[in-house]
Design a protein around this ligand. Structure first.
Ligand SMILES: [Cu+2]
Length: 146
């Protein structure tokens, strides 16, 4: 069975725009985090910025933000695989006018920048939504400073 929706036009996020009522107003980021996606199939050592997330010590290397900040995440994929990067607790915007999303695919060797407003204090996971990669260590904690 092939749903007829699969025969429609396939669009990528770069072809989409945020609706007027959800577009983030232009603002210089208060904080920029470079999120290097690292690791390989051979070593299965998937990580963020070379650090595999440690479930036994989850707050070891937080990506800090402060409430009220405009935050930019620069995903830089240094690997040979694509990674769907998912942030909990927020939706981010692709670039200046792109769609609001909570997961974006970062292709091998590519860079994708997203911005969000830090308006939901807490500690939130940022991880590859390929669960095998996440469990291997491609996860990080986005933490608001108290
Ligand atoms: Cu991945």
């Amino acid at each position: 069975m092939r749903p007829k929706e699969l025969d429609g036009e396939i669009v990528t996020a770069s072809q989409l725009r945020a609706a007027d009522d959800v577009r983030l107003e232009a603002r210089k980021p208060d904080r920029v985090h470079r999120i290097e996606l690292t690791g390989s199939m051979a070593g299965y050592d998937w990580a963020i910025n070379g650090k595999r997330f440690d479930m036994a010590d989850p707050t070891a290397h937080p990506l800090l933000v402060d409430e009220g900040q405009r935050v930019r995440l620069d995903f830089v994929n240094t690997t040979d695989m694509w990674h769907p990067m998912h942030l909990h607790g927020h939706t981010y915007q692709l670039g200046g006018t792109g769609p609001r999303k909570d997961t974006t695919i970062v292709l091998p060797g590519k860079k994708v920048s997203v911005v969000f407003d830090a308006d939901n204090p807490g500690q939130w996971m940022l991880h590859c939504h390929n669960a095998y990669h996440g469990e291997a260590g491609m996860m990080a904690l986005v933490a608001y400073r108290a």
